[in-house]
Design a protein around this ligand. Structure first.
Ligand code: AMP
Length: 599
């Protein structure tokens, strides 16, 4: 086990005591990872001993790891569905947690097409806040002077609903931005945002983005970092600027606010900022009217030291585009978190995206790891389940699936993320985010699996019946070059009567039918967030998939075991497919989506 002690903990007087304390906290947690984990588990089990769920497993008051592991099963969301449904329906008894469930956090992971509902409790907000409070002190170790300017961060809230039993259900970041922790945060010179709370909290994504962009433009010289939670969000902001700069320039030139901004709280908070600034308007016009947008971020915000966006996992597909628009600014991935639990942070924030490792903070929850053998598909049904290992027992270079036990009442819950151990910080392992299990396609926070894609293709192909046509093969591709990105589905058709070829309109409608069949996070991205573009079907010549198989076999695939890949991104394969495209179709409308759940 190597020990990473490269972070120096000596601090000069300029760094305020709060930051020094945060670094000390990281040191304490990572040095004592195992004992912290033991304590966390004991606390969770003691706190929730009388819950219906834990009583079921007869722990008899034990709070030690061995008893816990031998009695409590490892579960998935689907296993907890009955309990979650009862809570959603209004059962307030202590089912999972001794503390009252304060709200549901809606995950971007779905179950039966709807966002998973993660129960949470009030005190979890404080725990998340602890993790947030560590980010700036770590950043200060690497980038000096962040207190000398501002952060242009594009943050958004999403719609919230109520469960039948009256509990709020909303994404974790929406919950956080609406909490007092965020809204009434004390002034901190290291965390001054250009975006007013009113803009961040505006539920209309256009008005929110418009205002945040306008504020960013007005304060362009003060901006030291530009960011969004995910890379896709920052690219959406760039696209927004491309589409709306003329209107923004008009506001800046005249010192007025576009009539499209109707939210009274935004109108009010913008008054002091809105001053006619013809020079700035001229500058932005000059930059934005250029054909090439290469380096636009550093041209408009010349003092930007880095981009603060997650570009690990599914977001890695956006690295080249972000490099293009930023002129190669460093990209910083600060933390790894989910609706279930906030996990940890990146202690070397200035490293290259491909080298990002997250150190799980042992105080956040109790963590276990299922060894993940890439070949586990070949294990027989009877082979014993792999033994789960503890946080400090994971081995360098190995891959694991993350399992959490939280204060809010998830016990041995499989998150679905695959992580690889890339090193240790003191005794705490650091993880490279490998991927989320079972995700075939992802553009923003949407996650589409193979079964969902299959179902969508089946539903859409119903429209082809009247043309005596079927889809014989298909594959897919997440096109992140367009902004927003979109799904591309390659279809090979069997048209039994060539004189009755499916019409253009019907094939367009097949795109929409596929979108209607995809999960609610996808449809929300299409409808409310504008983060996903219209789905595209590319019809390929008959025989294309055979050529694809020939290609795979020529590269060593076994004929017997060959399966059509349901998602592709390898350039030669894309070229093979694209060279055989006979027609291209886009969804003509947005699919149906409302914040309400279907079930
Ligand atoms: P959600 O449940 O919608 O909050 O999504 C949480 C999931 O997003 C995690 O389980 C990961 O799969 C993914 N995720 C969160 N943070 C990161 C990160 N820093 N890098 C890669 N993937 C992440």
């Amino acid at each position: 086990m190597s020990t990473d002690s490269s972070i120096s903990y000596h601090h000069d007087s300029a760094i305020d005591e709060k930051h020094a304390k945060a670094l000390q906290f990281i040191l304490d947690m990572t040095k004592n990872a195992d004992s912290v984990q033991q304590k966390v588990l004991a606390e969770i089990l003691a706190q929730n001993a009388e819950t219906e769920y834990l009583r079921r497993y007869q722990l008899g008051g034990s709070t030690d790891r061995d008893t816990f592991k031998s009695k409590v099963p490892v579960v998935t969301y689907e296993d907890l569905q009955p309990e979650i449904q009862r809570i959603a329906n209004g059962d307030r008894s202590a089912i999972l947690s001794a503390h009252p469930i304060s709200e549901f956090l809606t995950s971007s992971g779905t179950s039966a097409g709807e966002r998973k509902l993660m129960p949470t409790i009030q005190e979890e907000l404080d725990r998340r806040q602890v993790l947030y409070s560590l980010l700036t002190p770590v950043m200060n170790l690497y980038v000096p002077g962040l207190d000398k300017g501002k952060a242009l961060y594009f943050y958004f809230v999403k719609s919230e609903t109520k469960t039948p039993g009256g509990l709020l259900a909303r994404p974790v970041l929406t919950s956080y931005y609406k909490s007092d922790h965020f809204k009434t945060r004390p002034y901190d010179p290291y965390n001054v945002y250009t975006s007013p709370n009113e803009a961040i909290l505006c539920p209309d994504s256009f008005q929110s983005m418009y205002t945040q962009m306008l504020c960013g433009l007005y304060q362009r010289e003060e901006v030291l970092r530009v960011g969004a939670v995910f890379a896709s969000g920052l690219l959406r902001a760039i696209r927004f600027l491309q589409l709306n700069w003329r209107e923004l320039v008009n506001d800046i030139a005249t010192g007025t606010l576009s009539p499209k901004i109707t939210d009274p709280s935004i109108q009010k908070c913008m008054v002091p900022l809105l001053k006619p600034n013809p020079e700035l308007a001229e500058f932005i016009t000059r930059e934005c009217s250029q054909e090439k947008w290469e380096g636009i971020i550093s041209r408009i915000w010349p003092n930007t030291k880095y981009l603060d966006v997650i570009v690990t996992g599914a977001m890695a597909q956006y690295i080249p585009t972000l490099e293009y628009y930023s002129g190669g600014l460093p990209m910083v991935c600060t933390m790894y978190a989910s609706s279930e639990c906030y996990f940890g942070l990146n202690l070397k924030p200035m490293c290259k995206p491909s080298e990002v490792s997250y150190t799980i903070m042992p105080s956040m929850a109790y963590f276990e790891f299922i060894p993940h053998e890439p070949s586990s598909a070949s294990l027989t049904r009877d082979s014993p389940p792999p033994r789960l290992v503890d946080l400090v027992d994971v081995e360098l270079g190995k891959e694991y699936e993350l399992v959490v036990t939280t204060y809010a009442g998830l016990y041995r819950y499989r998150v679905g993320d695959i992580l690889r151990v890339s090193g240790f910080h003191n005794s705490a392992p650091q993880f490279h985010f490998v991927r989320r299990k079972n995700v075939l396609l992802s553009i923003d926070s949407d996650k589409t699996d193979e079964a969902e894609l299959q179902n969508a293709v089946e539903n859409a192909s119903m429209l082809l019946r009247e043309f005596n046509t079927s889809v014989v093969e298909y594959t897919s591709f997440a096109d992140s070059k367009s902004i927003p990105g979109h799904y591309v589905i390659y279809w090979e058709l069997l048209v039994k009567d060539p004189s009755n070829w499916p019409t253009e309109q019907v094939l367009n409608n097949c795109c929409l039918a596929m979108e209607e069949s995809l999960n609610s996070v996808y449809r929300q991205g299409r409808v409310a967030d504008n983060s996903i573009g219209p789905l595209e079907i590319r019809v390929v010549k008959s025989g294309t998939f055979e050529a694809l198989m020939d290609y795979a076999i020529s590269r060593g695939a076994s004929i017997n075991q060959y399966k059509v890949p349901r998602c592709v991104n390898f350039t030669p394969i894309m070229e093979l497919l694209d060279s055989r495209v006979v027609s291209v179709h886009f969804s003509p409308a947005r699919p149906h989506w409302t914040p309400e759940r279907r079930r």
